[in-house]
Design a protein around this ligand. Sequence first.
Ligand SMILES: [Zn+2]
Length: 293
Amino acid sequence: MIKNSPNSAPDDAAQRRAVAPVTVYRVDVVPSYDAALYARARRTLTKIDEVIVPPRDGRAFHVPAGHFFRISCVEGPQVGDLNLWHEQDLSERFFSGKTRALHATHVSTGNRLWSTFPGLRPMATITHDTLDWYGWDDDGAGIHDVIGTRCDPYTNHVLSGVDYDHFCHSNLTRALASAREITRAEAESHVHDVLNVFMCTGFTRESHQYFKKASPVRPGDFIEFFAEIDLLGALSACPAGDCGANLGAGEAQCHPLHVEVFRPEPGALDDWQPPARSGYLGDHGIKSAASTQ
Ligand SMILES: [Zn+2]
């Protein structure tokens, strides 16, 4: 809204404002969250891999389709910025904006993390969230947002003139470059808007500006995902720590994050099929669009 152009409201302003809101997407028509299926598989898990993400840095990890991964708080409150790609095709990656539009500004158990066009399918499903008790607080804030893009050196330079190389954008870039053995320049174009794991955010009532609060996450809390397709993930332990204050680059207290990958027992997922790509061929016109790869 442009505050310096105060046009007078029309006579029927109240009437125009009073029309009923309509939810944009009917997410109930897409395959529903099969809580019993995931619960059954969760009872059979064996840990097959783990990564510690150091404070103010990033690490990549691999999760085969049909496996679970968990991001845990260890040592102290810490926000994580998550990127996901199709392991075999980096052009299919997490679509933060569409996930927000389909589900909500903040996600939790039962929500899906959707992929970019033309795939547009669930890449991962959230199967457990120890912070689901938080809900919406009196400021309208929630946990695990798909609003913020990720902290980055470009915005910081514009706003403060300070250069810093350990924002989440750079950490994710380095993690991907290392995992794929490509240059940072090549990797950077694949880094995308994140899921802000454990971050507590909302919009101010007065001006609808994006705000943050100190994360309520504590050691032992975790969010868990089921990989619907083969995933390459990257996680940054944000240099803003628990994101409770606006401090100078590198000044916030930070902690590591723990990523663990789990394999369910064979047979535990007999009813499950990897989701197909959207099926709409459109401008791409590729036959493989309907495949499950
Ligand atoms: Zn960050």
